[in-house]
Design a protein around this ligand. Sequence first.
Ligand code: ME8
Length: 483
Amino acid sequence: MDKKFYITTPIYYVNDKPHAGHAYTTLVADVLARYHRQNGEDTFFLTGTDEHGSKIAEAAAKHNQTPQEFCDQVSGVFKTAWDKDHLGIAYDYFIRTTDPNHEQAVRDIFQKLLEAKTPANNPVLYEGEYAGLYCTGCEKFLTEKELVNGLCPDHKRAPEVLKEKNYFFRLADYLPAIEQKIVSGELQILPEHKKNEALGFIKQNVPDFSVSRSSVKWGVDLPFAPGQVAYVWIDALSNYITALGYPKNLELMAKYWPADVQLMAQDISKFHTIYWPALLMALNLPLPKTMFIHGFFTIDGQKMSKSIGNVIDPNDLVAQFGQDGTRYLLLSQFPLGQEADLQASLFKERYNNDLANGLGNLVARTANMIETYLAGKNPITKKNSLNLNNDLPDLNKFFIYEYLVAIRSLIDQANRLIDEKKPWQLVKTDLASTQEVLGQVGELIILVAEKLAPIMPAISAKITKQFTSDIIKKEEALFPRLN
Ligand code: ME8
């Protein structure tokens, strides 16, 4: 295998259990990883959990648990939601920022930063005093301008006034180079409007940022700065390289870094398009090739929030629609990257329409006719007798939604073929033609199954097995109708 593919999701905060937003990004990564594996590429898919910082410590205290106990538990809940009995996320590695290896790597990274010089020959880190308004919900400082009625607009809570001595990262010295790499496409930011947004941040001259905290206890302690821990965002961003063994063990780094695709939503784009490249440059590492920043979706027109009570638990979706049904429903809603709405109230209708009546019915009626009219003998000749055009929208270009539209039209094409040729009439007079029609339909079904493999892996494997056997039998419904 010569080509490699390294894809990452954000590592999710463990202050609460996973919801549909986390599931969405993780699913997109899983589809792309499966697609690249299917194409024979040496693929590494990383996800995990972000476990340090005051936000997590607060949540643990609320649950009367130590932070470590609480993190172990919630991180486990994420793993379960992704496992083969739930969403079926085939990650290669699940990193936790409380892993001792990661913690040591973060200390090593800080040591390197401490010794490093910027392109303008200044020390990368310097000590300074910071006073500002800190929102624990965001784990970042806010400016007065960002507040709405004195509250953080995202977390509806008043930020705390924090004043402390910290280490700062000399970001200013890196901004011109980051801008140049984004403009030249060396660091590709997709979709295009998110690239412009990143360039907009740079134009506003993002100030240097503090990378250590003395007010926070739950974090990676820094030996060179007694009493201080690593700022949770530096700790978190580092995961993308510490997961590969950086800086102690460079074997996987040499193989997989730079990342080919880093996925996230726009809530954390600034950290990824500005701070992360600066950190990598200070460590003398190449930048990721592509960052894809998707929109933050609403649920039936409303922001997903606990107070509205519309937070969707992916486990509930899997219980209702099955693993592959859930994967389909989440990915077929809107083009990746669009500011969009997840129409959860239509999930059942879409499931019945596209899956029970569409794909499920196609497979069931075809298997049934082959069993009844042809004694189950597999009629597929693999002659490509329909001259199938296999060019679907490119998953490599993030066209997952468009790809699913094209697959639905292949399913419709197969269903139409049956309706037009009416095998139930044909069989009375012409067995050879019946066999040919069912063979053509079967060929379409196998094509659909093959194309669906990254999106609906379990169903795809089931259909392929059924339609490549010598004897095709009717099996239980793939997608039972829901009332
Ligand atoms: O930000 N629509 O973790 P987090 C789409 N730990 N995607 C959504 C979403 C929504 N409504 N809600 C959440 C953090 N997401 C940090 C990341 S990375 C070094 C550290 C997804 O648990 C989306 O991918 O708040 C978003 O970027 C991420 O969850 C935020 O997860």
